[in-house]
Design a protein around this ligand. Structure first.
Ligand code: NAP
Length: 507
């Protein structure tokens, strides 16, 4: 027998920064009739899933945290994964979110019902929910991208993706192949190098790497942040504007990055004396086109006697290891795929069916688009956190998420105040927004810097990044703008769950 449908006012999907941030603001507004679905067995999203050795955020902790939940106790300037996960768990506890959580609820489908103006959402185990409002916070980087290499399934030993580390397979004294040299790989390699017998690091494209400024935050500094919260706010503001300034080069004057490149190349030269190895590690695209990586440990690790940087292409995976295009078989006991995430292609997180039976995958078949990265024409009352073109190459995603959450909260407030039962962004508003957005993106380093990256689809459309300052995005999302929407103002007849009653709070 199918379990009964749980009805609620707002359904939030995901418990990373996005889902938790949304839930906190709903509660703060006095709206307690909401449910948060999470596919895992705990909160944390990307910071629960990515527990590979060395996992660390590349944005400073004072900025990579909620403005409304500062943590004076950060132990490092750049938090490691376990500390970030503890932080998010504490946010869930401090804001009494646990009763709202439905864990191990992997959403497989959401369908809009025009007659009742509600979404019906279904989990893999058959549980169902119904709500007039759905807010997805499923993450831009939540679906691991496995490469397509012939023979991958023939490998005799264990293999896994960085986002799903196999801690049961001991690496001490083993021969390991790491595939990829992106943000995850450059953290994994120095972390496992000391214990493995041999490490083959398979690089397809070298990355620009800048030195890390990570340091421990001592007890005195932490005591100061505890005693004087304004000191931490000032530190956060300084970090914010320092990062924000980078947008000038990334989005307006990519020529500046060519100059910065020379400085970064000096770091490479100082770190890697061997000219042949250095040449292999020198990128040919403009700094910033792919995400700039931060590490002071990768170059030293790659030069250890038990490590080899493999730049010949991978021809096949065989039972005993990796066969490169030069014909050499590099024997391995384990293979670790640090090959990133499916971010740009088919980013509908699960089957979402809107008005007239149109699926989000179909609406996004030429590349994902939304209005303000949050609402999609034909999908009423659906709000997509970390939606198309809300990603950043220069600052903290948590700032963008808080901007989006403020926009959604204002939408809910206005819907309630005016008795609207559905809001659906107008196709022309969405099209105008995207025409301008993509014209701006065409001037950025991400589109002009001569690289392929997960920011863009195979056809080159940049569907992930915001083309300007985060402050601009914050301003544009301060208020829900009904003029851009088709409003269904009919009374909600026998509504399965009323729209939330919301108190006005600053968000
Ligand atoms: P990524 O940056 O997309 O890197 C994937 C790597 O795998 C690249 O080096 C790529 O080479 C390589 N690769 C993919 N398919 C391959 C194939 N078939 N054969 C050989 N190599 C292949 O992925 P990621 O390292 O997981 O990072 C993704 C994003 O997650 C980051 O950009 C960042 O936004 C986030 N992240 C952040 C942190 C942090 O905060 N420190 C840590 C990890 C991840 P090509 O370059 O040639 O494609």
């Amino acid at each position: 027998m199918r379990p009964p449908i749980e009805r609620t006012s707002v359904l939030v999907i995901g418990t990373g920064f996005a889902g938790l941030g949304m839930a906190v603001k709903l509660r703060e507004a006095g709206m307690h009739d909401f449910v948060v679905l999470e596919k895992d067995d705990g909160v944390g999203g990307t910071w629960r899933v990515n527990h590979y050795p060395g996992a660390q955020c590349d944005i400073p902790s004072h900025l990579y945290s909620f403005s409304f939940a500062p943590n004076p106790g950060w132990s490092r300037t750049f938090p490691l994964q376990p500390e970030l996960l503890r932080y998010l768990e504490r946010v869930a506890d401090d804001h009494a979110l646990r009763p709202h959580l439905r864990l191990r609820a992997e959403v497989i489908a959401a369908r809009w019902d025009e007659a009742t103006a509600t979404w019906e959402v279904e989990a893999r185990d058959g549980r169902r929910w119904q709500a007039p409002i759905v807010v997805t916070g499923t993450g831009g980087l939540s679906r691991p991208q496995w490469p397509r290499i012939p023979g991958m399934d023939t490998f005799a030993g264990p293999s896994w993706h960085s986002a799903g580390w196999n801690h049961d397979a001991p690496l001490a004294g083993k021969r390991v192949a790491v595939i990829g040299t992106g943000a995850s790989a450059i953290q994994v390699v120095p972390a496992i190098q000391p214990e493995v017998a041999r490490l083959d690091v398979c690089q397809r494209t070298p990355a620009w790497i800048v030195p890390h400024t990570d340091r421990a935050i001592g007890p005195a500094e932490r005591a100061l942040f505890r005693a004087v919260p304004a000191a931490q706010q000032a530190a956060r503001a300084a970090i914010y504007w320092q990062h924000e300034a980078r947008a000038v080069a990334f989005t307006m004057y990519p020529g500046l990055l060519k100059r910065a490149e020379r400085l970064v190349a000096r770091f490479l030269a100082a770190s890697v004396p061997d000219p042949a190895l250095r040449a292999k590690l020198t990128p040919t695209y403009t700094l910033g086109c792919k995400r700039i990586l931060i590490s002071s440990a990768f170059y030293p690790a790659i030069q250890r006697p038990n490590v080899e940087l493999v730049t010949d292409g991978i021809a096949a995976i065989e039972p005993r290891g990796v066969r490169t295009s030069d014909g050499v078989l590099r024997e391995a006991d384990a293979i670790v795929y640090c090959t990133g995430f499916a971010a740009a292609e088919h980013i509908a997180p699960f089957a979402i069916t809107g008005r007239d039976g149109v699926t989000l995958d179909r609406a996004w078949q030429d590349g994902a688009e939304a209005y303000l990265g949050t609402t999609v024409a034909g999908f009423p009352n659906l709000f997509v956190l970390v939606g198309p073109n809300t990603g950043l190459g220069h600052s903290s995603m948590v700032f963008m998420i808080e901007s989006q959450v403020a926009y959604v909260m204002d939408a809910l407030r206005q819907m309630r105040a005016h008795g609207w039962r559905a809001v659906d962004v107008l196709p022309r508003a969405q099209a105008a927004f995207n025409a301008r957005l993509h014209a701006r993106l065409d001037r950025t380093v991400w589109n002009t810097g001569g690289c392929a990256s997960w920011y863009r689809t195979a056809s080159g459309k940049n569907v992930t990044l915001w083309p300007g300052f985060t402050a601009e995005y914050r301003l544009r999302t301060r208020r829900f703008d009904p003029a851009a929407y088709r409003i269904d103002a009919r009374a909600r007849a026998a509504s399965p769950a009323p729209l939330p009653r919301l108190a006005r709070t600053g968000s």
